[in-house]
Design a protein around this ligand. Sequence first.
Ligand code: ZN
Length: 202
Amino acid sequence: MGTAVTTTIEIRVASLLQTLTDFFKGPSGPKCPECGSNISGDLCPNLDCPIKVAQWISHWCSPEAVDIPALDQVRVRQLARHRLVLHPGELYELRQGDWDQLEGVSAGQLTEIQGQMQSSKSTEPSALLFGLRLPGVDTNLAKQLIGMFGSIDKLRETKPEQLQQAGELSEQQALEIRRWFRDSVNRQALQMLEQNGFRFSS
Ligand SMILES: [Zn+2]
C-alpha cells in the first residue's frame, strides 16, 4: 500500500472519529455546571437537573409554602446532587440510609427536619398549591384559585376554559396549569404526597 493511500485512509478515519466525537459531545457551547447538559439561553434543558430539582424542593420548604426551615438550601442541594429526590413527594419517602448520605447533619438536626416535615402535612391548601410551583401561580393566585375551586383536586379536574372564566387567567396560563397536572412527574409527586398523608381534596 502506497503512502498516499495510507494517508488518505488516516485522514478519513480521523474525520470519522471527529464526527463521532462531535455527535456524542453535542454542539460546543456553555454547559450546565451541575449536570453538564448543553445550555440553551440561560436555562438548562435537563428536567432532572439537580439545580432545578433543588429549586423546587427549596421552594416547597419555604415559609410561604409548607415551611420546613430545617431543610436549608445546602441540605436540599445535597439531596438533589445525590439524586435522592426528584420532586417534593420523594422527600417523604426518604429512608434513614438516604438521610445518612447527607454530610454534617446530626441526629438532632435530622429529628428537627423530620418533625417539620411531619407538620408540613397539615399545610393549608393554598400554601400547598403555591409549593407545587405551577407555572405563574404565586401566593396570591394560589389563594384565589383555592378560594374559587375549594381544593387542589377540584382545580386538577377543571378544564382550561373554566379556569380562564373563573379567574383572571390568560388562555396561556390556563393551558399551562392544565399541562402541569398532566405531566407524569408532577402526577407522581401528587400521588406520593397523598400516600404520605397530604390532602388535596376538601
Ligand atoms: Zn443542568
